[in-house]
Design a protein around this ligand. Structure first.
Ligand code: URA
Length: 211
């Protein structure tokens, strides 16, 4: 689906990202390799997400005694994972942002109910919303609604996923134009079982369940 909506950022196609995604798409990849290569993609997504947070000027002194006019992040952040697959992305966020607060949202019964456990000051933070697969967009929309109900400004939400279906991108961006989606790849479509194709199968099963 090109051009992408303005608020969707797709990681640049490089040999590295192509090779990592090939590993995790392959049905014969072992669970150990699936975890290892997914974690590498997750790390790239988090690093790209952080590029979209605002900074303010900060001047520091280097050990040579010289001043350097640099920057620092403007606000606080937190992660919120959509359970259970989103929990696989928590470690990648922790590796980039030490001692980051992480909340969780459990979506149940065909996306009708949500049980959130969020940091108490979530409304004062940029939220990196974590879910590896953006398929129909149903649970993402519910999770975003929960964040908005908790007074998180929409433009402070960054939604990170490894693979996105055009249907999910359309569903989320047609409702929310101010948040940003950061994805590693936009796939072709959903199949009749609402799996992303070509996709990688069930992310949560492949990441968390031993064969
Ligand atoms: N969730 C998955 O794990 N895989 C898909 O293809 C769609 C949703």
């Amino acid at each position: 689906m090109f051009p992408l909506p303005a608020n969707v950022i797709c990681l640049p196609r490089t040999n590295q990202i192509d090779a990592l995604l090939t590993m995790i798409r392959d049905k014969d990849t072992t669970r150990g390799d699936f975890i290892f290569y997914s974690d590498r993609v997750i790390r790239l997504l988090v690093e790209e997400g952080l590029n979209h947070l605002p900074v303010v000027e900060k001047t520091i002194l280097t050990p040579t005694g010289k001043e350097f006019k640099g920057v620092q992040f403007k606000g606080k952040i937190c992660g919120v994972s959509i359970m259970r697959a989103g929990e696989a992305m928590e470690q990648g966020l922790r590796e980039c942002c030490r001692s980051v607060r992480i909340g969780k949202i459990l979506i149940q019964r065909d996306e009708e109910t949500a049980q959130p456990k969020l940091p108490p000051d979530v409304k004062d933070r940029y939220v990196l919303l974590l879910d590896p697969m953006l398929a129909t967009g149903g649970s993402a929309i519910k999770a975003i609604e929960v964040l908005l109900e908790n007074d998180v400004p929409e433009d402070k939400i960054l939604f990170l996923n490894l693979l996105a279906a055009p249907e999910g991108i359309n569903a989320v961006t047609s409702k929310f134009s101010k948040l940003k989606i950061v994805t590693a790849f936009v796939d072709q479509a959903l199949n009749e079982k609402k799996y992303i194709v070509p996709g990688l199968g069930d992310f949560g099963d492949r990441y968390f369940t031993s064969p």
